[in-house]
Write a protein that binds this ligand. Structure first.
Ligand SMILES: O=P(O)(O)OC[C@H]1O[C@@H](O)[C@H](O)[C@@H](O)[C@@H]1O
Length: 320
């Protein structure tokens, strides 16, 4: 069933000379998704479960930029393996004890909660008139009882996904709606689709310190201009001075990932054995076609007092 979004918006204005972006909602329950398509063919798909972006196509709709596992659960039964899961309020396994996030599952609850579609609007600083912004919301009242018990704070999240001809912007706004302060981490766990991992180089991290999770969480410094991937990689680069990380393939820039108010980036590829060990990762060889470049604020904690707001995000450009 395809149902057209019917919320009031400038984009629903009657008869324009040129057609605007189209926004459709398909499916029901947790597998509902919002699909936005620009008149020139570029598109984005966002599953309400996790507000997970599961597809971003550029070049008139010809090029898929996000990797999505063939076995990804898209029915709300578990977090999506691929696309852009939203990690909040804790990154990775939570601290064992003594922190307010300690009873939460790995990567928190945002990626496995059902979000609300708040509607579409024109992007505020739209470079081209045809771009479209989709807003999704999650607040305390929509959480499962289990998650609410594990993290008993009043919060409001608004996640904005803006599609333009050659870029996708995803921004998370976090508001403390309660009386008590809370601490959180946030990360946009983007699975970029690439053709061949052996030809990939990631630039923009030179000189940055990182925690290498593959090497017992020891700290290192990036001494090569390019990060190349020839085995399992799981690194948390922290306090990165330059805003742009560039993913190159075969020496040519393929993606720019520009951070906004997020100072850390995780680079992850599970490689052969870990990929095989994940029941929802397919095909087995899929690790050759993906690399995760995950922008976030995960080194330490962000703290919000009553009424305070934090906003951070990324703009990804497809450079084909
Ligand atoms: O399997 P999950 O929970 O989706 O996590 C995938 C990976 O996510 C990355 O962000 C972590 O750095 C890895 O350690 C982790 O394995």
């Amino acid at each position: 069933m395809v149902e057209r979004a019917n919320r009031p918006s400038a984009l629903n204005a009657p008869a324009e000379a040129t057609p605007g972006p189209q926004v459709d909602i398909t499916g029901t329950g947790p597998s509902s998704k919002v699909i936005a398509t620009l008149p020139s063919g570029e598109s984005v798909e966002v599953l309400l479960y996790g507000a997970t972006v599961t597809s971003w196509k550029s070049e008139g709709g010809k090029t898929e930029n996000l990797w999505l596992s063939e076995k990804a659960a898209l029915d709300g039964s578990k977090p999506v393996r691929g696309g852009i899961p939203v990690v909040f309020p804790v990154f990775g396994p939570p601290p064992k004890s003594g922190h307010a996030t300690s009873s939460l599952p790995q990567h928190g609850f945002a990626r496995n909660s059902r979000w609300e579609f708040l509607g579409k609007s024109a992007a505020e600083d739209a470079l081209d008139a045809s771009s479209v912004k989709l807003d999704f919301g999650l607040s305390t009242t929509e959480l499962s009882e289990e998650a609410r018990k594990a993290w008993p704070f009043d919060f409001g999240l608004v996640y904005s996904v803006t599609l333009a001809k050659d870029s996708l912007q995803t921004v998370l706004n976090v508001r403390n709606e309660g009386e008590e302060s809370f601490e959180f981490q946030v990360l946009l766990h983007t699975y970029l689709k690439i053709s061949d991992i052996s030809k990939v180089a990631i630039n923009g991290l030179l000189g940055v310190s990182y925690v290498d999770k593959v090497l017992n969480a020891t700290t290192h410094q990036q001494s090569d201009a390019s990060v190349t991937i020839t085995g399992e990689v799981d690194r948390v680069y922290a306090s990165i001075p330059q805003d742009t990380t560039t993913v190159l393939e075969d020496g040519k820039p393929r993606f720019d990932v520009v951070r906004d108010n997020l100072s850390d980036t995780v680079v992850w590829n599970p490689w052969i054995e870990k990929a095989k060990g994940m029941g929802d990762f397919a095909p087995d060889e899929g690790y050759k076609q993906m690399v995760c470049v995950e922008v976030g604020a995960v080194d330490g904690w962000q703290k919000l007092e009553k009424g305070e707001v934090f906003e951070g995000g990324q703009t990804m450009k497809s450079l084909l």
